[in-house]
Design a binder for this molecule. Structure first.
Ligand SMILES: NC(=O)c1ccc[n+]([C@@H]2O[C@H](COP(=O)([O-])OP(=O)(O)OC[C@H]3O[C@@H](n4cnc5c(N)ncnc54)[C@H](OP(=O)(O)O)[C@@H]3O)[C@@H](O)[C@H]2O)c1
Length: 291
């Protein structure tokens, strides 16, 4: 039996694990037991409880999806952001007693400054520009201090669950005649369902080949677009007549300046774990099927 704990399982990504764990296309050779927790059942900031929980239950893999993800609010709730994104990761690594447990921790493109003009590889120097990015970078360091850990950085995550850009645009383009969306921030959307599947494929291969290659990996969908391009396709797929207008970031001020360039280089995850990544537009079609 393979035991897998998914923390932060009520969020976008966590919910995707809940939705796919019985998927036959990623069937494991051995029986798998998934345990899904969130702050109500396993508050990762409660170290005493967490330690006891991990003493009482043995896990082969912990997938940490728990996070503080409000990028703008993090600027004023700095302590809370660091508590969840950094200290909770430290709590996990310090509470694991089973020597077989491996940790897969999820991180973000916000660890970079967004000034690159080539896709970010795992070897490139992080330089976070926000409280959120700094807290996530600290979380990565804690995760990687644990000997058996993988950190997966992703970008522009969206899902049928929770709040995200794709769902917001889908809703607004049915209600409004026009929408202004920035065209000068470039990146790649990531359908959380694809990321969940890729993570389970890593686990599956690690079990099959007894080969868990620690370190950082980048994962997003294939392709590149601006938020404007993304919104325009969402409106088209929603059969909306809403006009999507391209605007510059300077005309859409936010408390945290968004990175201009967030494209991730995914060569490593594709070659090490032989993972095929769908193009973002194909994944958007899948998202529309379940929305
Ligand atoms: N969303 C994006 O666009 C994006 C982009 C790049 C990377 N990422 C990363 O991808 C991962 C998954 O993101 P997501 O969008 O799925 O996040 P999410 O929807 O915000 O889910 C995070 C979950 O963690 C829970 N949580 C918060 N504090 C906790 C604690 N102390 N103990 C246990 N659970 C706790 C949250 O509960 P509450 O809701 O009650 O706080 C929530 O259910 C995160 O690491 C995030 O940084 C996200």
């Amino acid at each position: 039996m393979i035991n897998i704990l998914v923390t932060g399982a009520n969020g976008q990504l966590g919910n995707e694990f809940r939705s796919i764990y019985k998927d036959e296309s990623i069937a494991f050779e051995k029986p798998v037991n998934f345990v899904f927790t969130d702050i109500d059942t396993l508050d990762l900031s409660n170290k005493i409880f967490l330690k006891k929980f991990l003493q009482d239950h043995s896990f082969d893999f912990i997938i940490n999806c728990a996070a503080y993800t409000n990028v703008d609010l993090a600027e004023t709730e700095k302590e809370k952001a660091f508590e969840v994104n950094a200290n909770c990761v430290k709590n996990i690594t310090e509470s694991i007693t089973d020597k077989n447990t491996k940790l897969i921790h999820i991180s973000t493109d916000y660890v970079f400054d967004g000034n690159s003009c080539i896709p970010y590889s795992e070897k490139m120097q992080p330089n976070p520009q926000s409280v959120y990015g700094n807290s996530k970078l600290d979380g990565e360091k804690y995760a990687l201090s644990f000997t058996k850990s993988i950190v997966i950085r992703t970008s522009w995550l969206y899902s049928a669950y929770g709040k995200n850009f794709a769902k917001t645009i889908h809703k607004y383009c049915k209600e409004k005649e026009s929408l202004n969306v920035v065209f000068d921030q470039i990146g790649t959307p990531t359908y959380a369902n694809d990321l969940a599947k890729a993570t389970l494929l890593i686990i599956k291969q690690s079990v099959k080949d007894k080969r868990f290659i620690t370190g950082i990996y980048h994962y997003s969908n294939e392709g590149v677009c601006s938020w404007y391009d993304f919104a325009k396709i969402i409106a088209e797929k929603a059969y909306s007549n809403c006009k999507i207008n391209p605007i510059e970031s300077k005309d859409y001020p936010t408390p945290v300046k968004r990175p201009f360039y967030s494209v991730l280089n995914k060569s490593k995850i594709k070659s090490v774990y032989n993972i095929e990544i769908p193009h973002w537009q194909d994944s958007l079609n899948e998202f529309f099927k379940v929305l």
